[in-house]
Design a protein around this ligand. Structure first.
Ligand code: BGC
Length: 961
C-alpha cells in the first residue's frame, strides 16, 4: 500500500494559502485491500511528530474521509504545520504517508508594511528596492507581499518564486490576495537587498470591454514585509515604508492585451543586489489605494508548464514566422546576442492565412514584444503580460536560429487527472484540443480566450466547461477562488451575477452586464460540480450563500413579473453563437427564445440549490427550493409544451435543454427525443447548437438510447462539427463552428478566437457516456461511480483512466472482429461502483477478475455491483452497434455506400452519376425529398410502398467506417 497526493485544500504543501476551512485529502494506491479498516491523521508542529509537538490526532477512524478530512483545530497565523496519514486496509495491508505541510498566512495579524508607489511618473515601470543588514544567523524568513498591478520580487539578485503574473487577477477593490514566500535560502548574514519590479496588469492597465485603463486605480504600488526569524528566536522585519527607493526599469510599456516593451539599455544589472549603488535613486510615496481587505491567497500558482520549440517559416511576403505547433497561453523566451540598440520586434498570432502571418482576430490587442539590446548576450522573456498564440512573427534578428527560441505554456497549476483515448486519432486530437483550451484559459481566472482584447472571466463559458475541466484536472482550488470573486461581485449587485467576473470597468460604471441566465448560473453550477467530482463538502458550504443569492435573485425577478414561475424578463445571452437564428445576418445570437433558456436555467439552478441545501443540512431551504422547482416545472410545461408533448420552441437546443434538465413529464420524453432526432435528420445529422445546447446534446442523445446520433455528431467532419476544426488543423477549440471557412479563410474578425473552450465541453460526454465513467451525487468525489459505457461502432475502442479524488478508475471497451465487446474496469481502494454492461444477457457475459458482490439482469442490461478490484467482461451485445443506413440517412451517406448505391439503383433505375457532387444532398434524408425538387426527380416518383421497401433494404447496409 502506498499513500499519494497529499493535499491541503487541494494544494500541494501550500504556503500562505487561505486554509481557514482546513480540508486534507490523500489517495491510497497499490494495495489489494478493498476497504479502509481505518485511517489516522496526525498533525504536528514539526516534522518529528514527537508527542509534545502533536496538535491533532484523529486516532484510528473507520470512516476518515480521504477526499476531504476536516480536522477541527484552531490554526495560528504564520505557522507551519506538518501532517501525515496512516491507513490500514481490510486485509491488514497498511501504509504511512510521507509528511505533507501547510503554512498559514498572516490571517488577522496587522501589516507592518504600507502601500508605497514610486515617486516617478505613473507610467514608469519601476524597480523598487530596500537594502538592509542582518546580524546573527537566520533560521527562517518569509515574505508577505502583493501589488497593485503585477509584481516580480527578487532578493539578492534572485527571483524568489517560480510563479508569474502575481498577484493574479481579483476583484481588487473587494479583496486583495497577498502571497507568502519562504525566502530563507535567498538571505545571508550581513548586507541584503529585497526588491520588486512592477507592471500595470489587470489593475491599471488597458483591460476589459472597450479596453479602458485604470479600472482599480492609476498607479502601480507595492506592499510587502519580510519577516526574518533568527536562530536566537528574535525577529527582524523589513517592510515597505518611505525608506524604499525606486528607479525607472527596462520595461517601458506593458499590458495584458498589448504585450511589453523592454529596453535592455535601462537594465540595472544588480538592481536587487547589495553592489548596486542606489544613492541616485528616487524615493517612494505612501499611497491610499481603493482596495479591499488583505486576504491570504486562494489562487493556484501561475507557472510555466510545457514548452515548445519552433519551426522557422518564411512567408511569401518574406516575414519570418516561428510556428510552435500548438496554440497556447504563455510567452516566448529567447537568447540574443545583438549589437547595442538593435531592436527585436515580435508579434503574436494564432493563424496563418494563405501562408501569411495573420492576426486581425486579435482586434485591438497589440500582443507584441519589443526588445532593445544593450549589446550583451541575454536571455529574454516578458514579465507583465501573456499572449494567446501559436505563431510569432519576429523582426530584427538576422540568421535567426530557431533553437534560440522556446514558447512556454503558462497557466494556473492543477493536478492533472484524466486521460481519455479512443481508436480515432481525430477524436483524440479533439480531446487534446479541449485540454489545451483549458490550459490556455485557466490563467488565474477561467477566461473566454487568451489572445484578443477580452481574456475575461465570462461566466457562461466557465460553467459549460466545468464538467470537462474536472475530468482533466482537480479544479477545486481554482474554482474556489473564482467563486470568491463571484461572491464579491454579487454583493455589489444584490445577488445577481455578472456575465464577466471580475466585472470590467465600463460594466461597473454603467451598472450593466449581469443577470443573464446560463451565464449567471455559474453561481450554482460551479460549487455543485466541484462537489460532485471531488467530494469536498466545504465547496458547498462556503459557496451556498452565492448559490442562494443567485437563485433568490431569479425568484425576485419572477415575483416582480407576477410570480409566474417563469423567467421572462431581462436580457439573456441564451444559446450564444448557435447557427439557427432565422436572421442569418445575426452571427451572434442563436435561435432559441431567450426566456425559454432563462426558465430552463431557473429550474436547473433552483434544483441545484435544493440539492445543495439537502446535502448541507439546510432543511427549510431545501423544502422551499424543491417547492419552487416543482412550480417552475409545471409553469414551464404549461407555457412551452403542448398537452401532447410538442415543444413550442422548435430548435435543437430547446429540445436538448428540456430533456437534459429533466423538465418533461415522463410520458413526453419519447416524443421530445424523437422530435430532436427528426430535427437532426433535417440537418443531415448535424448540430446547430450554440454555447447552451452544445454541452448537452450528445449526453441527451445517449440518455435516450440514440447513440447512433450522438456518435455521428462526434464523427462528422464537415461543417458544422467538432472534427471539422480538426481537419482544418486546429490545436485548440474554436469559438465558432466556422471560425475557419472551408476554403481555409478566417470567417470573421469581429469575434473569432481559435482558443475558446466552450465547445470542448463535448469531452464530458466522451468521459461519461462513451467511456462510461460518472460521478454520483450521493457519494461524490467518485467514492462511488456509475460506470455505464455506451459503445458504438463509429469508434473501435475507448478508454478513460481517471485519477479521481478517491483513487484511479479505468473504464475501457473494445469491439472485436467477431462483434463482441470486451470491457475492462478498475475500481480503486475503498470505492464502489455500479457497472452497467449494456445490451447484455447474463448467460452471455463472461466475467473475469475480481468478483462482483452482486450481479443482475435488468432492462436488457447486466448490472454488476462491485467494490475495489479489476473486472473484465466479454459478450456479444444484443444490439447491433454498427451504424446502418436507414430511412433517415442522408442521400450523401447512401451515395457513399456501394451497397446503398446498388439498392438505390434498383428502385429508381436512373443513373446516379453526378448526384454525389450536389452539396445539398448532405442534409436531405429520404424522408424529405419527395417533393418536386428536380434533384430528386427520380425519387419523388416512388410511392410510399416502394419507399418503405427501400427503407428496409437500406437498413441492412452497414455504413462503412
Ligand atoms: C465572449 C464569450 C462570451 C460572450 C457572451 C464573447 O465576447 O468571448 O465567450 O460568453 O461574449 O456574450
Amino acid at each position: 500500500m502506498k499513500i499519494v497526493r497529499l493535499r491541503t485544500n487541494h494544494f500541494k504543501n501550500p504556503l500562505g494559502c487561505n486554509v481557514s476551512d482546513l480540508s486534507l485529502s490523500w489517495v491510497v494506491e497499490e494495495t489489494n485491500a478493498k476497504k479502509q479498516e481505518s485511517a489516522q491523521v496526525i498533525i504536528s508542529n514539526n516534522d518529528k511528530f514527537n508527542l509534545e509537538s502533536i496538535i491533532y490526532d484523529s486516532g484510528k477512524c473507520k470512516d476518515a474521509d480521504s477526499r476531504s478530512f476536516r480536522p477541527n483545530i484552531k490554526l495560528e497565523p504564520c505557522t507551519r504545520y506538518y501532517w501525515k496519514v496512516k491507513v490500514i486496509g481490510d486485509n491488514g495491508d497498511l501504509a504511512e504517508s510521507d509528511i505533507a505541510t501547510f503554512e498559514t498566512g498572516k490571517v488577522n495579524e496587522s501589516w507592518n508594511g504600507i502601500w508605497i508607489t514610486p515617486d516617478l511618473n505613473k507610467d514608469v515601470h519601476p524597480y523598487m528596492r530596500k537594502d538592509f543588514e542582518v546580524d546573527g544567523s537566520i533560521k527562517s524568513a518569509r515574505v508577505y507581499a502583493t501589488a497593485a498591478g503585477i509584481y516580480e520580487m527578487e532578493i539578492n539578485g534572485e527571483k524568489i518564486s517560480e510563479e508569474y503574473l502575481l498577484p493574479g487577477y481579483s476583484v481588487y477593490d473587494c479583496w486583495m490576495q497577498y502571497q507568502t514566500f519562504d525566502v530563507t535560502k535567498y538571505l545571508k548574514r550581513g548586507k541584503n537587498v529585497i526588491g520588486a519590479m512592477l507592471g500595470k496588469g489587470w489593475f491599471s492597465g488597458r483591460f476589459g470591454l472597450g479596453g479602458l485603463e485604470n479600472t482599480y486605480g492609476d498607479r502601480m504600488a507595492l506592499i510587502c514585509e519580510l519577516i526574518i526569524t533568527k536562530e536566537d528566536g528574535s525577529k527582524m522585519i523589513i517592510a515597505t515604508d518611505e525608506s524604499w527607493k525606486s528607479h525607472a526599469g527596462p520595461i517601458s510599456k506593458s499590458g495584458i492585451y498589448d504585450g511589453e516593451h523592454y529596453n535592455a539599455n535601462n537594465e540595472i544589472n544588480d538592481w536587487s543586489k547589495e553592489t548596486c549603488d542606489d544613492s541616485n535613486w528616487t524615493g517612494v510615496k505612501p499611497i491610499e489605494l481603493k482596495v479591499g481587505a488583505m486576504e491570504e491567497r486562494l489562487s493556484p500558482p501561475i507557472i510555466k508548464h510545457e514548452y515548445f520549440k519552433p519551426k522557422k517559416i518564411i512567408t511569401p511576403k518574406g516575414e519570418l514566422v516561428l510556428d510552435f505547433g500548438q496554440n497556447m497561453a504563455g510567452w516566448v523566451e529567447f537568447e540574443v546576442n545583438l549589437p547595442k540598440d538593435a531592436r527585436v520586434f515580435m508579434q503574436y498570432g494564432e493563424l496563418l492565412q494563405k501562408g501569411y502571418f495573420y492576426r486581425d482576430n486579435l482586434r485591438s490587442a497589440k500582443a507584441e514584444y519589443e526588445y532593445i539590446s544593450n549589446g550583451k548576450k541575454s536571455h529574454v522573456r516578458p514579465h507583465f503580460t501573456y499572449y494567446g498564440f501559436r505563431y510569432v512573427k519576429v523582426d530584427g534578428i538576422e540568421n535567426l536560429n530557431p533553437d534560440d527560441f522556446k514558447a512556454y505554456a503558462i497557466h494556473s497549476h492543477m493536478d492533472e487527472l484524466g486521460e481519455i483515448k479512443t481508436s480515432d486519432e481525430r477524436v483524440n486530437r479533439l480531446i487534446l484540443n479541449a485540454k489545451w483550451g483549458q490550459k490556455g484559459n485557466f490563467v488565474d481566472i477561467p477566461t473566454d480566450c487568451p489572445q484578443r482584447d477580452e481574456r475575461m472571466g465570462w461566466t457562461g463559458d466557465t460553467q459549460v466547461f466545468s464538467g470537462t475541466a474536472s475530468f482533466f484536472t482537480d479544479t477545486t482550488a481554482f474554482y474556489n477562488k473564482y467563486m470568491k470573486e463571484l461572491r464579491e461581485e454579487q454583493k455589489l449587485i444584490n445577488g445577481s451575477v455578472p456575465v464577466i467576473i471580475p466585472r470590467v470597468r465600463n460594466q461597473r460604471e454603467v451598472g450593466t452586464g449581469h443577470g443573464s441566465s446560463a451565464w449567471g448560473d455559474v453561481a450554482t453550477i460551479l460549487p455543485w460540480t466541484t462537489y460532485l467530482y471531488f467530494g469536498d463538502k466545504s465547496m458547498l458550504e462556503k459557496h451556498y450563500a452565492a448559490m442562494k443569492a443567485w437563485v433568490d435573485y431569479i425568484i425576485r425577478e419572477d415575483e416582480a413579473d407576477g410570480g409566474k414561475r417563469l423567467w421572462q424578463t431581462g436580457d439573456h445571452i441564451a444559446d450564444w453563437l448557435a447557427l439557427d437564428n432565422p436572421d442569418k445576418s445575426d452571427i451572434f445570437n442563436g435561435g432559441t427564445d431567450q426566456y425559454y433558456v432563462a426558465t430552463v436555467y431557473y429550474y436547473y439552478s433552483v434544483k441545484l440549490a435544493a440539492d445543495t441545501a439537502e446535502a448541507i443540512g439546510k432543511k427549510d431551504d431545501a423544502e422551499y427550493y424543491r417547492k419552487i422547482q416543482k412550480e417552475v416545472k409545471e409553469a414551464f410545461c404549461n407555457e412551452y409544451i403542448t398537452p401532447n408533448g410538442k415543444i413550442s420552441i422548435d430548435t435543437q437546443t430547446a429540445h436538448v435543454l428540456a430533456l437534459f434538465m429533466d423538465l418533461l413529464p415522463k410520458e413526453h420524453i419519447n416524443r421530445v427525443a424523437e422530435a430532436l432526432k427528426t430535427k437532426l435528420v433535417d440537418k443531415g445529422i448535424h448540430l446547430d447548437t450554440g454555447f447552451v445546447g452544445t454541452p448537452y446534446i450528445c449526453r441527451v442523445l445517449s440518455s435516450v438510447e440514440a447513440n447512433n446520433f450522438a456518435y455521428k455528431l462526434l464523427i462528422n467532419d464537415d461543417f458544422p462539427s467538432w472534427l471539422y476544426s480538426i481537419n482544418k488543423g486546429a490545436t485548440t477549440i474554436w469559438e465558432r463552428w466556422n471560425s475557419i471557412n472551408t476554403d481555409g479563410s478566417v470567417s470573421s474578425t469581429g469575434m473569432n478566437s481559435m482558443n475558446h473552450y466552450a465547445y470542448g465541453s463535448v469531452v464530458e460526454w466522451i468521459a461519461r457516456d462513451v467511456c462510461g465513467l460518472n460521478p454520483v451525487f450521493d457519494k461524490p468525489g467518485f467514492k462511488k461511480a456509475l460506470i455505464k459505457p455506451q459503445p458504438f461502432a463509429y469508434l473501435k475502442n475507448a478508454n478513460i483512466k481517471y485519477k479521481s479524488a478517491s483513487g484511479t478508475y479505468v473504464s475501457s471497451w473494445e469491439l472485436s472482429e467477431d462483434e463482441k465487446v470486451k470491457y475492462a474496469f478498475d475500481v480503486p481502494f475503498n470505492c464502489e461502483a455500479e457497472i452497467i454492461l449494456p445490451d447484455a444477457k447474463l448467460t452471455d457475459v463472461v466475467l473475469k477478475g475480481d468478483k462482483p458482490i452482486n450481479i443482475e439482469e435488468r432492462d436488457g442490461n447486466v448490472i454488476l455491483k462491485v467494490e475495489a478490484g479489476k473486472f473484465e467482461a466479454v459478450y456479444k451485445p444484443t444490439q447491433d452497434y454498427y451504424p446502418c443506413l436507414n430511412i433517415n440517412s442522408s442521400l450523401k451517406d447512401v451515395l457513399e455506400n456501394e451497397e446503398g448505391i446498388e439498392i438505390l439503383r434498383k428502385y429508381i433505375g436512373a443513373s446516379l452519376d453526378g448526384f454525389q457532387n450536389i452539396p445539398e444532398l448532405r442534409d436531405m434524408s429520404f424522408n424529405k425529398p419527395l417533393t418536386a425538387n428536380p434533384i430528386f426527380g427520380p425519387l419523388s416518383l416512388l410511392n410510399q410502398e416502394q419507399i418503405d421497401a427501400l427503407a428496409i433494404e437500406l437498413s441492412k447496409c452497414r455504413v462503412k467506417i
